[in-house]
Design a protein. Structure first.
Length: 434
């Protein structure tokens, strides 16, 4: 038996090569980077594509994008069941391939065609919603214990780096106008196709665990009600740098839009550089404790934004930028503990469905947060930041007091397989190929 602290001691010595292997291997890391780069090229400008290239109205474009994102969540139960049958790299590749279809529809859509643009947004939404659960399940197959946590953190850091690089490249190409936007969409489709081929080539498949003795039918996934409900509020922090702060800085504080760019770049750089080290550092604590602590830190940062908004001209915008660092640290703690906690709480037989439920809560929170944030902001800084702070603090309390608890002691999971180059199935896995 080893305690969580003892397992953390091993994780703090994790080397970059071991981290890459625990994350799925070099080819899979390249697949993640290429996929993120493609997403970074298109995601910030999908609305602009609908308006500028297809000539759609902004409300129609925004509605189509929202419908696509929300409808994509409907496929998550099927993704969860697919994962529970042992599929891993196949599901990751499928989440990338379905986005190729979305890009193809985008390029094929004639000007003014709302249905085709909506269909494109739907396929892009399905892929975007399915990918996080599929990726987490794959990492959970090739890594264990605190090494798994670090691998999940490494994947997030790599993805943020790719998203940031893609967004910068797309911004640089914007001077080309409509033709440049169409070229960006085409390059995105090629990137998705290449990443799908790379992800499929790692051929990771888990052998579904044997059915429980005595039958009893299909084992249900853990409910995790407190965790899932809290997660809906927690994920608002992911839209604070992209939605809330630009809205507050430009419309309420009348600051230069440059400050919004500063906050976004700082957030990306901090996540890329600190996600893995902070996750490893916090591995001495239970994941539930870290998740609750992230909620407290996020709530404090929201109150900091409220205080910064009260400062006079010339001081408010820099103060918001400083407080955003605290918010980003809370986001890093959340991202390093939430998914990892789900992988620990869920029995192996229902890991896919548990991750799918978690993604449903994340996707729902991300879908409604822009509308909630803009509605609250229309009533002033106190309504926005006070409400977010209270809701997040309440969620942190639910995680700490009523949330699902991970076992602190117990038999440690088998270490990640040692392999040269690419991942092979871990002990207990079935044949490669899926």
């Amino acid at each position: 038996m080893r305690t969580v602290d003892a397992m953390a001691t091993t994780t703090t010595k994790l080397r970059p090569g071991a981290l890459v292997r625990a994350s799925g291997g070099p080819r899979y890391a390249v697949a993640l980077a290429v996929d993120a780069l493609g997403t970074g090229l298109l995601r910030p400008f999908l609305l602009l594509y609908g308006v500028s290239v297809l000539g759609l109205s902004a409300p129609a474009t925004g509605t189509a994008m929202t419908v696509g994102a929300v409808a994509g969540l409907a496929g998550m139960p099927a993704v969860g069941r697919w994962l529970d049958r042992g599929a891993r790299s196949t599901v990751v590749a499928a989440s990338m391939l379905v986005r190729v279809v979305g890009v193809a529809l985008l390029l094929a859509a004639p000007a003014g065609n709302v249905p085709l643009f909506t269909a494109a947004a739907l396929f892009l939404g399905i892929g975007n919603q399915a990918w996080p659960a599929a990726h987490a399940a794959l990492v959970a197959t090739v890594a264990h214990g605190r090494e798994r946590d670090a691998a999940l953190a490494g994947g997030r850091a790599l993805r943020n780096a790719g998203l940031g690089a893609g967004a910068l490249l797309a911004t640089a190409c914007m001077a080309g106008g409509t033709a440049a936007l169409q070229a960006l969409a085409a390059v995105t489709g090629i990137a998705y196709l290449a990443s799908a081929a790379l992800a499929r080539s790692v051929r990771v498949r888990a052998r579904p665990p044997a059915a429980p003795a005595g039958g009893g039918g299909e084992e249900p996934a853990p409910r995790m009600r407190a965790l899932l409900a809290a997660n809906v509020i927690y994920v608002f922090c992911l839209n604070v740098p992209e939605v809330a702060l630009p809205l507050v800085l430009v419309t309420q504080l009348h600051a230069s839009p440059v400050w919004s760019g500063v906050v976004f770049v700082a957030n990306t750089v901090l996540v890329v550089t600190l996600q893995v080290p902070v996750t490893v550092l916090m591995s001495r604590f239970s994941r539930g404790f870290v998740l609750a602590g992230s909620g407290v830190l996020l709530a404090a940062s929201y109150l900091g934004f409220l205080a910064a908004a009260q400062l006079g001209p010339g001081w408010a915008a820099p103060a918001v930028a400083v407080v955003s660092v605290v918010c980003t640290l809370g986001e890093i703690l959340y991202a390093g503990s939430a998914t990892a906690l789900v992988t620990v709480l869920a029995p192996a037989r229902v890991l896919g469905r548990a991750l799918a439920r978690f993604q449903l809560s994340s996707g729902f929170g991300l879908a409604v947060s822009p509308a909630v944030i803009t509605a609250l902001a229309s009533h002033g800084p106190a309504a926005l930041w006070g409400s977010l702070s209270a809701a997040t603090l309440f969620s942190a309390g639910a995680v700490a007091t009523r949330g699902d608890r991970e076992p602190v002691t117990g038999r440690p999971a088998s270490p990640a397989p040692r392999h040269s180059g690419e991942p092979s199935p871990v002990p207990g896995d079935g044949p490669t190929g899926g």
